[in-house]
Structures are given as structure tokens and as C-alpha cells.
Design a protein around this ligand. Structure first.
Ligand code: SF4
Length: 171
């Protein structure tokens, strides 16, 4: 992969980006996964992702978002087109986490990655991790909101470190 290729990671349709991510995974996945630094970061990232999901569940947000997106505001926070903000490195990261990237939209109004029970990918774009709708903010105590923000920060920092490391290896 060249510097030019890196600069085009955000270009093209989501289908093209998913295809490029799958090619990167097929051609470089094994080598990347066993690099000590990548492997360490990946394990830490997996732990923080699990903790983020556990915290969201504990705070009632999984149920709140699921009900809202299926009954109240279909495609609201996770509307069609948001998937276009993803690039192939973030998609590759999902493949490295053993996430099967969805290629079929379950409703034309929603993001390609949204499923009936919420987001179907693990490594998410910063907007997806950081965005909290007014309903969520109103439902949380200030202490819980601070906990959630802090956890999102840990998740995003590791994601950023991994993305940078993968780009270095692929240039
Ligand atoms: S990637 Fe996930 S969280 Fe982000 S908009 Fe799509 S379904 Fe929602």
C-alpha cells in the first residue's frame, strides 16, 4: 500500500471500502495480528469495548436506543449514510476483532451497520461513540454521564492508537 492509497481510504462507496478492508485482511491480517504491539493494543481495545457495552447496558442505554431506533425515530441517530464516514482501516479493525461486517441494510432508512438489536460492528467512528442524544443525556445522572464519557474516551484513544499503528504498517 502506498501513501496515495492511504489518502484514498475515505474515497469510494462503502461497498468499495468494505471490499478493500477484506483484501487488506486477506493479504496482511495474519502478519498484523501477531505484531506484539498490535496484539497488545487489540487485547486492550477488546477489553475496553466490552466495558463500554457493559456500562451502556447497566445504564439502560442499550434498551433505550433499541426501543427508540425501532419504534420512535427509525434511522434517527443511526441514519442511512453514516456508514460512509467509515474508512477501510476502521473496517479492517472490525475484521481483526472477528466482527463480520454487514453488507445488507435491514431498512433503507438506517445505517448499513445497524441491526434490529443495535450496532452490529465493534470498532466505531468517533461520532458514533461520542454522540449522545438529548434523551440519553436527560436519562442519566451527572455521575453516570461522566462515567460514560470517560469510558468512551478510553475506547476512542485505543482505537486511534491502533488505526495509526495499522497505517504505519501498511504504508
Ligand atoms: S456505525 Fe453503528 S452506531 Fe454508527 S450510525 Fe451506524 S449503526 Fe449507528
Amino acid at each position: 500500500m502506498t501513501v496515495h492509497d492511504i489518502s484514498t481510504m475515505k474515497s469510494g462507496s462503502i461497498e468499495q471500502k468494505i471490499s478493500r478492508a477484506r483484501n487488506l485482511w486477506a493479504n496482511h491480517g495474519e502478519r498484523l495480528s501477531v505484531l506484539p504491539e498490535v496484539s497488545l493494543l487489540l487485547n486492550r481495545y477488546r477489553e475496553e469495548l466490552s466495558e463500554s457495552r457493559r456500562l451502556m447496558d447497566e445504564l439502560g442505554l442499550v434498551a433505550l436506543c433499541s426501543t427508540c431506533s425501532s419504534e420512535v425515530d427509525i434511522g434517527g441517530c443511526c441514519g442511512s449514510g453514516i456508514e460512509d464516514w467509515y474508512d477501510e482501516i476502521l473496517l479492517l479493525l472490525n475484521l481483526m476483532l472477528d466482527v463480520d461486517i454487514p453488507e445488507r441494510r435491514f431498512d433503507r432508512r438506517v445505517c448499513l451497520f445497524l441491526g434490529p438489536e443495535g450496532c452490529r460492528i465493534w470498532a466505531r467512528y468517533h461520532f458514533c461513540v461520542n454522540y449522545l442524544c438529548p434523551g440519553i443525556i436527560a436519562s442519566l445522572e451527572p455521575r453516570d454521564l461522566a462515567l460514560l464519557r470517560a469510558q468512551s474516551g478510553k475506547e476512542l484513544f485505543l482505537c486511534w492508537e491502533l488505526e495509526n499503528r495499522l497505517k504505519q504498517e501498511l504504508v
